[in-house]
Design a protein around this ligand. Sequence first.
Ligand code: NDP
Length: 500
Amino acid sequence: MADTKKPSTMTTAFGRPIENNQNSVTAGSRGPILMQDYHLIEKMAHFNRERVPERVVHAKGYGGYGTFTVTQDISKLSCASLFSKVGKKTEMFARFSTVGGESGSADTARDPRGFAMKFYTEDGNWDLVGNNTPIFFIRDPLKFSDFIRTQKRDPGTHLKPHWRRWDYWSLSPEALHQVMFLYSDRGTPVSARFMDGFGSHTYSFWNDKGERHWIKFHFKTQQGIKNFSDADAAKMTGDDPDFSTRDVIEAIDKGDFPKWTMFIQVMPEAEADTYKIHPFDLTKVWPHADYPLQEVGVMELNRNVENYFAEVEQASFEPSNMVPGIGFSPDKVLQNRILSYADAHRYRLGGANYHQIPVNQAKAAKNVATYHRDGTMVVDGNGGGAVDYQPNSFGGPVPDPSVTEPPLRISGDAARYEYKCDDEDFYGQPRLFWEKVLDKQGRENLVENIVGSMTNPMMGIADPRPIQERMLKHWYKIHPDFGAAVAKGIGMDTKLAAAE
Ligand code: NDP
């Protein structure tokens, strides 16, 4: 917002008042610029360095601050301080994003939406870095960069032809479940306010008695689900590509604070060994009938940022930010994200000290006491003259064994293991999605959206048939009606497509 107060004097970055910001210093009125115009040099040098690398995924996003309030007592499941009692409030920050587009791309793209949350707790920051879908396209992080490239630009043309994604998906049946979510109506939410959020991975809770449960997080929108049709999303891309961003900002500004109810699904630790579905497989949900949703609290966004770059672009969400009472699981993709998010922020935000940026600081923590020193951009006093090694005999901070997570039993021979890969694994939950979750209109829209993409001029390939045929075989295996409807839509011989 523009400031209407009497302006203060403009200065250089080092505080020297500036006399003129319109005319460079030149040798005579028609002569060249002099090196001594350090104001010009500082101004251009800073401008040249204004961009930091944008996020390699989730580059386009918007965030705001809010409050998480506990409504149900779950302290028997987790000793995390933010869940300690009903009514407890914790300040938080959330960022919503698309995945594949660049920082200036449209909010309206058919794309999963990032749903990243940072809770400023007394025991440090807890980041739950989720999406608007409970599952994902892959379940082994070794595939992540390959998959993401299919959503990005062609290395030759810098275009985004759709054949790249369909080629990959047709060869990766584990992705089908998420592909169906993506091409259903919920693949184009009207705005972040009108979509659900999910932790997606399996996480763990542990309590004061050292008991562990496996947990899935769900955030149900209190605004109701609202989606654009494919055509309306395309129109909005032209009319107002920043629509979702604007919608969230305006709602918060008006005091119409968006809210989500947080639920969990809870699996006792030992059940993971025998449950029929691999509990750490990121391409599967836990059916609600087996693990019903239990309410935990409400998240409300109630304050917009004052500066986008400082608070949103520099916000570092990272699944490695855990607090006592909440833990990881053996989900392979989660394990990789523990490394890769913090690693990405060290790269993007100038090195090892990005935790000192205000939005990232553990501002509610009772104590932040590390032995980290030095590195680029130290702005917090760097520990002053305090002792910088441990153990020491000078009263430096010491570990606290009371926050030890209960031990996790792990065994096995080191190897590159495949998941179970059979028809039930690849097609079972997608079939339930088609048969049970989508109504007639939802199925028709799903088919139309898939057909639109697989026949779009942006498909951009001379002969799309081999890819289309491979995809059709998957749709048929999910459900014959699904396969037949897509085959009809793309004008393919259904008998040929159904054949193995
Ligand atoms: P239920 O029948 O108990 O619930 C169906 C779920 O599907 C609800 O969470 C509903 O969310 C969600 N849903 C409805 N429409 C869509 C859509 N277009 N895109 C994505 N999600 C949608 O489900 P089950 O637990 O028995 O699972 C059956 C199937 O439902 C699964 O195979 C999976 O495909 C899908 N699903 C399951 C979820 C889970 O965590 N168990 C979560 C989401 C989907 P809402 O309440 O907001 O309408």
